[in-house]
Design a protein around this ligand. Structure first.
Ligand code: AMP
Length: 280
């Protein structure tokens, strides 16, 4: 596995691979890798012949008072896992390589509406930071295909939208959520949970599964399912930011004939904000 720290070194590596006629896949991450990230890498290797992974804890997507400074950084262990997973090139930039004059002075990408709802309503600058850094990375890598986890479902849809709007020639693939044995979606932030909170955490996914079954049985209406879901999460000791039923393709309000529907939720457990979603 080669490692690049500068945009020039990254471009050099990718150029060589492209010159050799290889199809390039790209997996952006913030590191502290777990089986969820590795599932993206495994899928990347199935759909392309040269896999680029980036590890960058993007300061621009963290809001005031969020966990930028304490976000887990485990680069050495990450490198070992990526090497073993057959990654070809790791991009490991310092913030200066991405934002030479700081994020505040950098050209930015905003995705209207999709970036403002659900998680965007509770973290108002989050998706601007995500879209901007992914846009920069997409330009630097110029992959044929990029892979994102369905765990961050709104992010996946938003990136698809950005790629469509900005006419980027990149295929965006979603990869199903990898879970712990008890159903909790794997996440770097799960380590913020105390032992007791960790035991309570699977109830987010459990609640989504129950609501999915209710909807499949022909539930009364969307609003009452959402209200019941919020109550259940609270009863199970979580503090929900939202729990909604949305059209899967664009997160719009589902109409009666919409077949492809998803339930999405975010809820706090202590200082961990858990997000999860499920297809109905
Ligand atoms: P992060 O390092 O949290 O920014 O995540 C990097 C990529 O890994 C994103 O596309 C995430 O959606 C994806 N990812 C994170 N956790 C999981 C998971 N449990 N299952 C599948 N993909 C995941």
């Amino acid at each position: 596995m080669d490692t690049a720290q500068s945009i020039d070194a990254l471009r050099h590596g990718v150029r060589q691979a492209r010159h050799d006629g290889r199809r390039i896949a790209f997996v952006p991450t913030m590191g502290n890798l777990h089986a969820g990230h590795l599932a993206l890498v495994a899928r990347a290797r199935e759909v392309a012949d040269y896999t680029v992974v980036s590890i960058f804890v993007n300061p621009f997507q963290f809001g005031e008072g969020e966990d930028f400074l304490t976000y887990p950084r485990t680069v050495e262990a990450d490198c070992v896992q990526l090497e073993q997973s057959g990654v070809d090139l790791l991009f490991l930039p310092e913030a200066e390589a991405i934002y030479p004059e700081g994020p505040a002075r950098c050209t930015r990408i905003e995705v209207p509406e999709l970036g403002d709802v659900l998680c965007g309503a509770f973290r108002p600058t989050f998706f601007r930071g995500v879209a901007t850094v992914v846009g920069i990375l997409f330009n630097a890598v110029a992959p044929d295909v990029a892979l994102f986890g369905e765990k961050d479902y709104q992010q996946l849809i938003l990136i698809r939208r950005m790629v469509r709007d900005l006419k980027m020639a990149i295929e965006v693939l979603g990869v199903p959520t990898i879970r712990e044995r008890d159903g909790l979606a794997m996440s770097s932030r799960n380590r913020y949970l105390s032992e007791a909170q960790r035991r309570a955490a699977p109830s987010l996914y459990l609640t989504l599964c129950e609501l999915r079954d209710t909807l499949r049985r022909g539930a009364p209406d969307r609003a009452s399912v959402e209200a019941a879901g919020i109550k259940t999460l609270q009863a199970r000791g979580l503090r929900p930011d939202y729990l909604v039923v949305r059209r899967a393709v664009d997160l719009g309000l589902p109409q009666a004939d919409d077949k492809d529907v998803r339930i999405l939720a975010a809820a706090w457990l202590g200082r961990a904000r858990l997000i999860d979603n499920i297809a109905v």
